[in-house]
Write a protein of this length. Sequence first.
Length: 114
Amino acid sequence: MKVLVTGYTGQLGFDVVRELKARNIECIGTTRNEFSLIDIEKMQAFVKEYKPDVVIHCAAYTAVDKAEDEVELCTQINHLATKELAKVCKEIDYCEPHTCDLNHELGKQNSQRI
């Protein structure tokens, strides 16, 4: 199983990648340099090239104090990019967002629950 984790430089993304590696699950944690949530075409190309079995989307605009001043950027990252990521996953026949049972999928390789 190949897992793509967005937002690797954030706390959640880092911890998810660390846990997957500890369980010997092949994964890649992406940063904004190789997986831009602002450049939708680049993001789509990355997903299609890596061909993960599972995508765990941890990347987000988290600068709460700036969100009111950077509404467009916040919307682009947290809403539009997430929507486009879900679309590209659906296009390449991944499970529907919010309906995958990751514990079930990972349980095929490891009986411990996440």
